[in-house]
Design a protein around this ligand. Structure first.
Ligand SMILES: [Zn+2]
Length: 185
């Protein structure tokens, strides 16, 4: 077993808009690599500092987040022996790419709507913003899907045959009208 204890820089932001570990910040890796026939088993903990935006008060704060990893990295060609394991990752040559595993692990760890109280604050850190009663939906200006078909059918007025928009109907009938371009040609 080979212990790996080092810091690594986050290559791209891990997480979502409301909570994530920003690109360029440091991760603390405290891992153990176990070499087995099929590849390398990676176990241990990874800690990073996440930027959190509270879903309730929009206050911003940072918090340490730790995930535990148990990831098997198989040597290509030997993975077939473990076919029952869908989640087996492959070693890319000698390179062990932790990034996809970390994105998955932190993705599971992060709540969809983080709040101050989720992370040890007694109450929201931003007292200026009154807490809304419900979740506000950002639906204004969107077309109700039930109407979308109608908009498609009637939303664009016909470019021809619309009476009343140009000239008086009847006075300029196409049939046999003298003096049209067609007649001159
Ligand atoms: Zn809050």
């Amino acid at each position: 077993m080979t212990p790996v204890q080092r810091a690594a820089e986050v290559p791209t932001t891990i997480g979502v808009e409301m909570i994530g570990i920003p690109e360029g910040s440091e991760l603390d890796l405290d891992l153990m690599l176990t070499f087995v026939d099929e590849g390398i088993l990676v176990t241990g903990a990874v800690t990073g500092q996440a930027r959190v935006e509270c879903a309730r008060c929009l206050g911003e704060f940072h918090t340490d987040v730790t995930v535990n990893l148990t990831e098997m990295y198989a040597i290509e060609g030997k993975a077939a022996a473990n076919a029952e394991e869908d989640e087996v990752r492959l070693l890319d040559g000698d390179l062990l790419d932790l990034e996809p595993a970390l994105i998955d692990a932190f993705g599971l760890e992060f709540p969809l709507s983080p709040t101050c109280t989720d992370y040890g604050h007694a109450e929201c850190i931003n007292p200026d913003t009154p807490a809304p009663d419900g979740v506000s939906g950002d639906t204004e200006g969107r077309i109700d899907p039930r109407w979308a078909d109608l908009v498609e059918k009637f939303g664009t007025p016909g470019t021809s045959g619309t009476p009343g928009t140009s000239g008086t109907p009847g006075a300029a009938g196409g049939d046999g009208a003298p003096g049209t371009d067609e007649g001159r040609a």
